[in-house]
Design a protein around this ligand. Structure first.
Ligand code: SF4
Length: 127
């Protein structure tokens, strides 16, 4: 019989992000969120590179997106957005948006489904 590793609590996820976690810890935190969301279908935020880029552009749009303070802020944004239902679909949609529309270079703002609410619209990385 396979042993099930208990998922981390949301306190652990939030606590490690707020404590100025290292990149390794941040990656672990994101992985934990992804496992909780995708494998266990639990209500958990994710913040991989693509999701962080989307949330930064939509909700912040200024400052250093790579700073520790911004990462902590984006974690809190991500956690506040997680719906109570269909978490899997929500997180997958965020990841897909970052991977296909709100890409790092040349984002496709004119066809973006969240353009109306995006603080960075129209985003021009080289401007
Ligand atoms: S409008 Fe542009 S910058 Fe904003 S989320 Fe969509 S693709 Fe990204």
């Amino acid at each position: 019989m396979a042993r099930r590793i208990p998922p981390p609590t949301s306190t652990w996820v939030r606590g490690s992000a707020n404590a100025g976690a290292s990149y390794a810890q941040a990656a672990s935190t994101n992985t934990a969120g992804a496992i909780r969301s995708f494998a266990f279908r639990e209500r958990a935020a994710i913040l991989d590179t693509n999701v962080a880029r989307v949330l930064f552009r939509v909700f912040v749009a200024s400052g250093d997106p790579k700073s520790h303070a911004m990462k902590r802020h984006l974690w809190s944004v991500a956690e506040s957005l997680v719906p109570h239902r269909q978490v899997f679909d929500f997180n997958q949609a965020l990841m897909d948006l970052g991977a296909t529309v709100c890409v790092s270079r040349k984002p496709k703002c004119l066809v973006c489904p969240v353009a109306k609410g995006c603080r960075a619209f129209p985003f021009t990385p080289d401007a």
